[in-house]
Design a protein around this ligand. Structure first.
Ligand code: FEO
Ligand code: CA
Length: 750
């Protein structure tokens, strides 16, 4: 479907209630815890410096062979180059930044004065001169012979052959890794697109279901197949990006896919289960939020809110107090009602022998080779276990490998990993490169009030921090970290031990990299919000998850988290010497989310700031926003910011905004709004193609807070797009990936 800009307006809509997992990320974790405890040919683009492994003719043939499969026209224009590695920025032009000349959009109002969703807001808006098309959506068939989606006849076997539910992270891989630069002049640019499918919500998935969970094994088994990772080939055709149902690359990785466990914690007794006594082969992945991609052509999928799939209310709590404490540390407290999968599948019931250790096998970063559909994905334990939001790779100038990640929970940490070995540029797809994420050191960030910071090694053998980590004990006095593998299994607590800075829910951590995947030492990350950050340092109910386990929450404001009950901010890090492997850095608050129209402060909905208010200070001018989540860079170095949670805080649909990064400190950043989402949807991605002619955006959970959506939908996007032939009564919301382009194929942002 092809749609041009639509302006939001106001009209009555439907209301609904929320399931914890349906909530925006802003509240998703918080509320659950509370419940428990209470085609532009751009010559400026420099192809990435990778050795070619195929000839130009090979690639032409490959592309030509796809024409019929794609239903291609006889004469497609010569246009866009896809680049050789996943979409990203071009550091050569980084210092220029700016170039943001599109017309900033008005906000899309979420609810009317009565609290009803505004039906006319159930649209995607893009600036004048731009358009978008839906690339793929939930239920679309991924394999030859798979028929049209029938929401009334869902089975596990059928579900695993379709594009999954609630798409999140997007990455693009050139169809042939290492192809020569001439690929940029081919008529049929194409990519292998990898996406995450984060979670499922039965009321928006099964007609007639109004409860937040389903308890029968048949339907639960369907849910297992809609989560995880999806891989599908896409191609640009007549200005639209379309997916190829018949590509040999297409693949689903779900909660029932075998996945290796590798790295220092593989085989650890805590990772051993009756089904896998060696502790080296997990079954499936879940809660795949954001992630990353590597210079060696792999996809990284980050397991975030994995505690939600585990039940701790179906029997006697785990007896071993140290194991119990580990589970509490990740949010699986005794009494917690999770997915209810534990009723039928003992591995998700923490009270069973099968479930006791299964939870240790989630919370990792999963590496997938999208070029080899039969490869076994790997959970890389060297990267630590926590609620990974992302896994962003940047190379140092001498090809050292650094990976950044955030732990998206209140008062958790920002991490980076420095691999023990360097990337071998001469043989990028080597087995040595493929195992780079299996050995190295993980660090947690401390942000000092003077604008300096340190990366603190979470290494029991480190002279400075090792003694602190070794001193950490459980409540019964048992040492918490007898081995380094134990640090990796409960990384949060090692962060506690070394004095990392508890942050306002770190989400995406991104570093702009050049065409060779080398970073500039700059890093930006979002803190989406924190409804428990107070000014007095007293723990709130929802902090008890950690205080009850012996951790002293320090929840008063600090320099890096400067607002109580903050609604989001973005921090810029500059690594010492512009070296991503540095262990010290400087930092500043890049932007405070809020409303520049009220520079002296305002009180957003649902935030009792106890007589105070929030303000953006002098950090930016332009449209109001809150709850920044995913970010990305274009090749000019501009920062593109996606939000998840603005409907609840500012009564505006979520959006994508653009900010130049070359504004001197102390001057306000001129922000622009580029896109607004349909009702109830968060914006995931975004991701630019390397030539910046297309922005991919994943809309997750449209209709999110509209329970009983099949008879009372808050959103019917994308079924409601202009030209839709779907009868109104049969429309229901579907998460989907869209491709945004200029009408003339020019650079996104211009
Ligand atoms: Fe899945 Fe932190 O967002
Ligand atoms: Ca996210």
């Amino acid at each position: 479907m092809d749609n041009q800009s639509a302006a939001p307006s106001t009209a009555p809509g439907a209301t609904g209630r929320r399931h914890p997992e349906q909530e925006s990320s802003m509240d998703r974790i918080e509320n659950l815890n509370d419940q428990v405890e209470s085609a532009n040919d751009d010559d400026s683009f420099r192809e990435r410096d990778m050795s070619g492994q195929e000839t130009f003719e090979d690639i032409v043939e490959q592309h030509l062979s796809r024409r019929l499969l794609l239903g291609g026209a006889a004469a497609l224009p010569l246009l866009t180059m896809p680049g050789l590695l996943p979409g990203g920025s071009d550091g050569a032009a980084y210092a220029q930044s700016a170039g943001l000349t599109f017309q900033s959009l008005p906000e899309t109002v979420s609810r009317d004065a009565s609290g009803n969703h505004v039906t006319a807001s159930d649209v995607v808006t893009v600036p004048p001169g731009y358009r978008f098309n839906v690339v793929i959506k939930w239920g679309d068939p991924l394999f030859p012979g798979v028929g049209a989606f029938d929401v009334n006849n869902q089975t596990p076997a059928d579900a695993r052959q379709r594009f999954g539910f609630n798409n999140d992270m997007i990455a693009l891989f050139p169809e042939r890794f290492g192809a020569p630069a001439t690929i940029g002049r081919l008529p049929f640019p194409s990519y292998i697109m990898a996406t995450n499918h984060e979670y499922v919500t039965p009321p928006t998935l099964f007609p007639g279901v109004t409860t937040n969970t389903v308890t029968d094994a048949d339907r639960q088994a369907v849910l297992f197949e809609y989560v995880g990772v999806g891989i599908v080939r896409i191609a640009l055709q007549n200005g639209n990006w379309v997916y190829d149902q018949n590509s040999r690359f297409n693949r689903r990785i779900t909660l029932t896919t075998p996945i290796d466990i590798t790295g220092p914690a593989a085989g650890h007794p805590k990772l051993q289960t009756p089904a896998d006594p060696n502790g080296r082969r997990a079954l499936g992945t879940y809660n795949n939020c954001a992630g990353g991609f590597t210079p060696w052509g792999t996809y990284l999928s980050a397991e975030e809110n994995f505690n939600f799939i585990f039940d701790h209310h179906l029997g006697t709590p785990v007896a071993d107090p140290t194991i119990l404490q580990d589970h509490v540390d990740v949010g699986a407290r005794p009494g917690v009602v999770g997915s209810e999968y534990g009723r039928n599948f003992p591995r998700f019931n923490l009270s069973t022998p099968e479930g006791r250790n299964e939870i240790y096998r989630f919370g990792w970063v999963v590496e997938v080779d999208p070029y080899n559909p039969t490869s076994t994905p790997a959970k890389r334990t060297a990267l630590g276990r926590f609620k990974h939001e992302c896994a962003t790779v940047a190379l140092t100038q001498n090809d050292g490998v650094v990976l950044y990640s955030g732990d998206d929970e209140r008062f958790e940490y920002v991490y980076k990993f420095i691999a023990a070995n360097r990337f071998d540029r001469s043989n990028p797809r080597s087995s040595a490169n493929m195992s780079l994420l299996d050995s190295g050191t993980i660090y947690a960030a401390r942000f000092n009030a003077d604008g300096t910071g340190q990366w603190l090694a979470l290494d029991i053998n480190n002279p400075a921090t090792g003694p602190l980590i070794r001193a950490s004990v459980y409540a019964n006095g048992t040492p918490r970290f007898p081995t380094q593998a134990d640090v990796l299994i409960n990384t949060r607590r090692a962060g506690d031990a070394v004095g990392a800075t508890p942050m306002d829910r770190p989400e995406d951590v991104e570093a702009p990299v050049d065409a060779s995947f080398r970073g500039s030492g700059r890093v930006y990350f979002t803190c989406t919000n924190n409804s428990s950050r107070t000014a007095n340092g007293l723990p709130t109910n929802s902090d008890a998850r950690r205080t009850g386990s012996g951790r002293q929450i320090i929840n008063q404001t600090d320099a890096a988290n400067p607002r109580r009950l903050g609604i989001g901010h973005i921090i810029e890090i500059i690594e010492a010497g512009n070296d991503h492997a540095a262990l010290t850095f400087t930092w500043r608050v890049f932007m405070l989310a809020g409303d520049p129209a009220n520079p002296n402060g305002f009180v957003p909905a649902g935030r009792n700031v106890a007589g105070g208010s929030l303000n953006v200070g002098n950090t930016y001018t332009g449209p109001r926003f809150s709850a920044p989540d995913n970010v990305a860079f274009d090749k000019l170095g501009n920062l593109w910011i996606a939000t998840d949670g603005s409907p609840e805080i500012l009564n505006q649909n979520d959006q994508i905004l653009a900010a130049p990064t070359n504004v001197p400190p102390g001057q306000p950043i001129p922000l622009s709004r580029f896109l607004t989402a349909p009702n109830g949807a968060e914006c995931c991605g975004p991701l630019m193609t390397p030539d910046n002619s297309t922005m991919m955006v994943a809309f997750q959970h449209p209709g999110e807070d509209g329970a009983r959506v099949f008879n009372n939908p808050q959103s019917t996007w994308p079924d409601n797009l202009p030209g839709s032939t779907i009868p109104a009564a049969q429309r229901f919301p579907k998460s989907a990936v869209i491709a945004v382009r200029r009408l003339d194929g020019g650079r996104i942002g211009s």
